[in-house]
Design a protein around this ligand. Structure first.
Ligand SMILES: [Mg+2]
Ligand SMILES: [Zn+2]
Length: 212
């Protein structure tokens, strides 16, 4: 059977790959969620671009610099590499309209639920957003994914549950990144692709969309 996988998988960072700690602005706060690295490795094995899209208003709020953030991302990549996993790219938005640092104080289309980062990645990598999956742990992630036409998967390792995520409606709810990636991999056949598409834009699917 022909394999029909998404063109790319977008991942939110905090609460999806690494543990949600509220505000993460130091390298020593970075801890991978169990199973996350193996899940990313599985995406790597499927040859799917794995692209992180993350709001990092900690920069606008003056908690860390973009240089420190780059160091945190180096550490993230290092910890993933220890388990044989790699990211294709990391897009971040350092802005916030209420930021304390003037240089970064502005509303920005990149900041989710805006879709600027998704559009930039689509242009850089040359794929269509409606062929992609976005995995996140917050309402803003689900709203951005939906607005961009991606299939959206909410994971329950971070801030939101299907209830607190409302009114955003994820296409699917998974316990964690590992379960979400298993779903994507399982759908890598033609029949699965039909199922994947049928979830897109279907509206409320709480419970129904849960992986058994
Ligand atoms: Mg998050
Ligand atoms: Zn921005």
């Amino acid at each position: 059977m022909t394999k029909r996988l998404p063109s790319a998988v977008f991942l939110d960072r905090d609460g999806v790959i690494n543990e949600e700690v509220g505000l993460l602005y130091r390298t020593d706060q970075l801890r991978l969620i169990p199973g996350a690295a193996q899940a990313i490795r599985k995406l790597n094995a499927l040859n799917l671009p794995v692209i992180v899209v993350t709001n990092q208003s900690v920069v606008a709020h003056g908690l860390c610099t973009e240089e420190t953030l780059a160091g945190i991302h180096e550490e993230l990549k290092r910890q993933l590499a220890e388990q044989g996993a790699s990211l294709s790219a990391i897009y971040y938005c350092p802005h916030h309209e209420d930021g304390e640092v003037a240089e970064y104080r502005r509303a920005c289309d990149d900041r989710k639920p805006g879709i600027g980062m998704l559009q930039a990645a689509a242009a850089d990598f040359g794929f269509q957003l409606q062929d992609c999956v976005l995995i996140g742990d917050r309402r803003g992630d689900m709203e951005a994914g939906r607005a961009a036409g991606c299939l959206t998967i909410l994971v329950e390792t971070g801030f939101a549950t299907p209830v607190t995520c409302q009114p955003a409606v994820p296409d699917r709810v998974c316990r964690d990144l590992a379960e979400a990636v298993d779903f994507i991999a399982r759908n890598g056949d033609e029949a699965g692709r039909v199922e994947l598409k049928s979830f897109n834009g279907l509206g409320p699917s709480f419970g129904v969309g849960k992986v058994e």
